[in-house]
Design a protein around this ligand. Sequence first.
Ligand SMILES: [Fe+2]
Ligand SMILES: [Fe+2]
Length: 261
Amino acid sequence: MSQITVRQMNFDFSEQTERYWCGNSHFRTHFFNSITLLFPDGEQFMLRTIKGQIKQINNLQLKQEASAFIGQEAQHSIQHENFWEILQQQGYELKTYLRFLRFILWNICENWLSIELKLAMIAGVENCTNVVAELVLEEELLAEAEPKLKELFEWHAAEEIEHKTVAYDVLQNVTQSYLIRLLGMLIGYTFVFGFLNLGLFMMLYQDKKLLNFKVWQEMVQFLFIKEKFLFKVFLNSLEYLRKNFHPLQRDNFFLVRKGIG
Ligand SMILES: [Fe+2]
Ligand SMILES: [Fe+2]
């Protein structure tokens, strides 16, 4: 039986959300806003690719886990997209960014990559989200955020940890090539960090905060000095390079409870 639970959520962001909802920090707010812009389409791409593989999975447990993965990612996609309306109400223009993101996902990745590489890309992205989810929950990166948004990100982080093995196991079911796994990781990480930065700078630019000294100070503190976010993501991702790597080797299931509450 699959241990992955699909939880139907219904976040309502209709109340007045503060413009700088993450501890009144311009940088942190736009960093997490950028994640919110990236997730819905990224997750649709992942779940549709995994859905296309379900018939080829003979292992019953993996089949159940894959359908739970699809259910969870669909929920993440819907709930994060709900917040776009608030961002648009706050005056941000998201259409150009989304058009470009969709072009890369559906015109380039979907058409140009083989199924093996698509799955390897997804397994790589899932490793990245697992590492980030662990930091979000362990270091309470959203401790000062508005409660609804804190709940959204922590619920999502918990479920990312809960289903962390699925994309990897589906990839292994199709190919066990180490080279394809690494190439997929490279594509996946480039995609995530490329769009994360693009979204962040776009939001800061639209908010007229791109040249704000305090924003850059906060960014450097968060990424390299205080939270060392980038350093930790990089370091914790290195284990994916081991030939005999499996997501279960990372002991972080205890954090699922913390995120679901
Ligand atoms: Fe997700
Ligand atoms: Fe995921």
